[in-house]
Design a protein around this ligand. Structure first.
Ligand code: SF4
Length: 124
C-alpha cells in the first residue's frame, strides 16, 4: 500500500510499518481513547455484550465523555483491547474513529516530533 497523506499534515504514513510495530499507538503513556454512542453499539455487537455491562467493564467516564480503560503493564499503559500476545487490536474491525484516524490527529499537526517518536510508519 502507498504512503497515506492528509491535507494539512506535513507528514505521511506508511501502513506497512504496522507489521513490524509492537503497537506503539495502543500503548505507552496513559491517554484517552474516546468512544461515542454509535461506536459503543458497534463494539457491543462485535463482542456480543450489552451496553450496560460494556460501559461498566471497559469504559471510564471522564466529565461528559467515555474513554476506553487502560491496563498498567508494570512499565507503561495499554488499551484494554490491545492483545499484547498478538500485538494487535482485538476489536480492530470496529475500533473507534480516533484509532482509525491515527496518526492524523489535530494534535500532531503542531507536534510532529511526538508522532515521529511514537510511530515507525511516519514518512516525510
Ligand atoms: S481500541 Fe484497538 S486500535 Fe484503539 S487503542 Fe485500543 S487496541 Fe488500539
Amino acid at each position: 500500500m502507498d504512503i497515506i497523506r492528509r491535507e494539512g499534515f506535513d507528514f505521511g504514513f506508511d501502513p506497512k510499518a504496522c507489521q513490524g510495530c509492537p503497537g506503539y499507538c495502543c500503548r505507552g503513556e496513559s491517554g484517552n481513547v474516546w468512544v461515542d454512542q454509535q461506536e459503543i453499539i458497534r463494539i457491543c455487537d462485535f463482542l456480543n455484550i450489552n451496553s450496560i455491562d460494556f460501559i461498566q467493564k471497559y469504559l471510564n467516564r471522564i466529565g461528559a465523555r467515555l474513554s476506553i480503560k487502560e491496563r498498567f503493564t508494570g512499565h507503561d499503559y495499554e488499551c484494554v483491547f490491545f492483545d499484547s500476545s498478538k500485538r494487535r487490536c482485538s476489536i480492530y474491525a470496529v475500533r473507534p474513529i480516533q484509532c482509525r484516524q491515527f496518526p492524523f490527529w489535530d494534535h500532531f499537526r503542531r507536534h510532529k516530533e511526538q508522532v515521529i517518536r511514537e510511530c515507525p510508519g511516519i514518512r516525510e
